[in-house]
Design a binder for this molecule. Structure first.
Ligand SMILES: NC(=O)c1ccc[n+]([C@@H]2O[C@H](COP(=O)([O-])OP(=O)(O)OC[C@H]3O[C@@H](n4cnc5c(N)ncnc54)[C@H](O)[C@@H]3O)[C@@H](O)[C@H]2O)c1
Length: 460
């Protein structure tokens, strides 16, 4: 093995962020040795196999190009720390479920354990890079832990939040809108910052690598997610009004999106946002604001999450009302379970909320998804009711009373809906939680069609 690498990089946490980001660094920087460690041996085994633990278009190809050359996955965290010069911390930071701040604040236990382990195992100076999304001032806590042992070893903490979106992670990593690096403004802070800039400069133009103080960097990540989610909740709130007034949300979104001050991205009405980040990061922001006594600011951002919950509730109430106020014993096919297309991730997916509510109504569920069935089974383990999992959408829809499109997988826009209609119970219903099919055409076929934010197209 070539041990004459320029620097040795370690990433602690081989998840949706750690895996793809390190694969990209290894792919673009053959002069660096990149090792990814995780306490979960199953995850590491999968990273070392043909079946990676996460699905992302293009990920397998870049992992394969570097794995075993300058990209390594293993479980020996201690050895990894000892051998490395630069350590990215990419462990999970979920919402706290216990004690003070439960349901709001970030649970920093995995992150703190990592900090302590770095301190315990280090024998040489290191640059520690916060990749996980963390509350503002976490770097300060990291620094305090790392300097608590008076070991004489210098640790420089940087903030380098990750802005990739699942489903387009490789594209986002290869061609990021910007890379943000926060550092302390001391000589050693700026030197460490420049080392990280140098890594990214292997493929990202310098003007897109922006630097800031460490607190701005930490806060920017929370604010970016809050703004993105806020756009979704804004358009979703208007979708409700459209359904009452016969306006069409796609037409409204198009009209407002052409205003260059508004822009046309993130204006698609849907059953609601999901994913592991938006809700947790907004709640984290809300918690921070409350902590600083900023009640109005906290209430403002909290409403983004409230609208998202409302949108999911509205979807299920629409289904119930349309289907004559009873779903008991009706077979309902969920087309899509992932929180968005092109990922198998189901964390905070609206589909789980919808599935649980349908089960409460004693509906029979047939769940279909091209990549997320394994996670769907885990999520619904222990749920009471009649659930089956069928990947083929034609088989899944057969004999059903209704279809609910919950993920915007491109394949659902291209199905032969005439064939599906012929195999369903009548009257056949279609609830398009992503507005991806041609509603007029499906109505012509015979479906009763319920889009989001547009008038329903019914046959009675
Ligand atoms: N998923 C996203 O799209 C996304 C995007 C940007 C930022 N983030 C942020 O990145 C961070 C990681 O998110 P993720 O989605 O990759 O999470 P994840 O749950 O997929 O991965 C985290 C991994 O860290 C491992 N881990 C936890 N404690 C460890 C320890 N002490 N030592 C070694 N490994 C440990 C876990 O086993 C897990 O495999 C979070 O803070 C998240 O908010 C996520």
């Amino acid at each position: 093995m070539n041990e004459s690498f320029k620097r040795k990089i370690l990433c602690i946490g081989a998840g949706y962020v750690g895996g793809p980001t390190m694969a990209m660094i290894a792919h673009k920087c053959p002069q660096y040795k990149v090792t990814v460690v995780d306490i979960n041996p199953d995850r590491i085994n999968e990273w070392n196999s043909e079946n990676l633990p996460i699905y992302e278009p293009g990920l397998y190809e870049i992992v394969k190009s570097s794995r075993g050359k300058n990209l390594f996955f293993h479980t020996d965290v201690k050895k990894g720390i000892q051998e490395s010069d630069i350590i990215f911390v990419s462990v999970n930071t979920p919402t706290k479920t216990f004690g003070v701040g439960a349901g709001m604040a970030a649970d920093l236990q995995y992150w703190e354990k990592t900090a302590r382990q770095i301190l315990e195992c280090s024998q040489s100076p290191k640059i520690i890079v916060e990749k996980s999304t963390l509350p503002v001032k976490t770097a300060l806590a990291m620094e305090r832990i790392l300097s608590s042992a008076n070991s004489g070893i210098h640790f420089e903490v940087l903030s380098n939040p990750e802005f990739l979106a699942e489903g387009t992670a490789i594209k986002d990593l290869e061609n990021p809108d910007r890379v943000l690096i926060g550092s302390s403004q001391t000589e050693s802070g700026l030197k460490a910052r420049d080392e990280l800039v140098e890594i990214y400069q292997n493929w990202v133009p310098r003007k897109q690598i922006i630097t800031s103080n460490i607190w701005s960097s930490e806060l920017s990540k929370l604010v970016a997610n809050a703004f993105l989610a806020q756009r979704i909740s804004s358009i979703n709130s208007i979708s409700d009004l459209c359904e009452k007034t016969d306006a069409d949300i796609s037409e409204v979104a198009h009209a407002i999106g052409m205003d260059s001050r508004i822009g046309d991205r993130f204006l698609k009405a849907s059953v609601g946002f999901g994913g592991s980040c938006f809700k947790k990061d907004i709640l984290n922001l809300v918690y921070l604001c409350r902590n600083y006594g900023l009640t109005e600011v906290a209430d403002y951002w909290e409403s983004v999450v409230r609208i998202n919950e409302y949108q999911k509730e509205r979807f299920i109430l629409n289904m119930l009302k349309a289907m004559f106020n009873t779903l008991a014993d009706k077979k309902i096919c969920l087309l899509g379970f992932a929180f968005k297309a092109d990922t198998g991730d189901t964390r905070e997916t609206p589909a789980l909320y919808i599935a649980n509510k349908l089960l409460e109504e004693n509906a029979k569920l047939i769940i279909s998804d091209p990549k997320a069935l394994k996670n769907a089974k885990k999520d619904l383990k222990g749920a009471q009711g009649d659930i089956s999992y069928v990947e083929d959408p034609y088989v899944a829809a057969k004999g059903c009373h209704a279809l609910a499109i919950l993920t915007e997988w491109a394949l659902y826009a291209e199905l032969d809906y005439q064939k599906i209609y012929n195999s369903m119970e009548k009257p056949a219903f279609l609830f398009d939680g992503r507005n991806i099919v041609s509603h007029q055409e499906l109505h012509k076929i015979g479906f009763n069609v319920y889009p989001i934010g547009k008038p329903a197209l019914k046959h009675f």
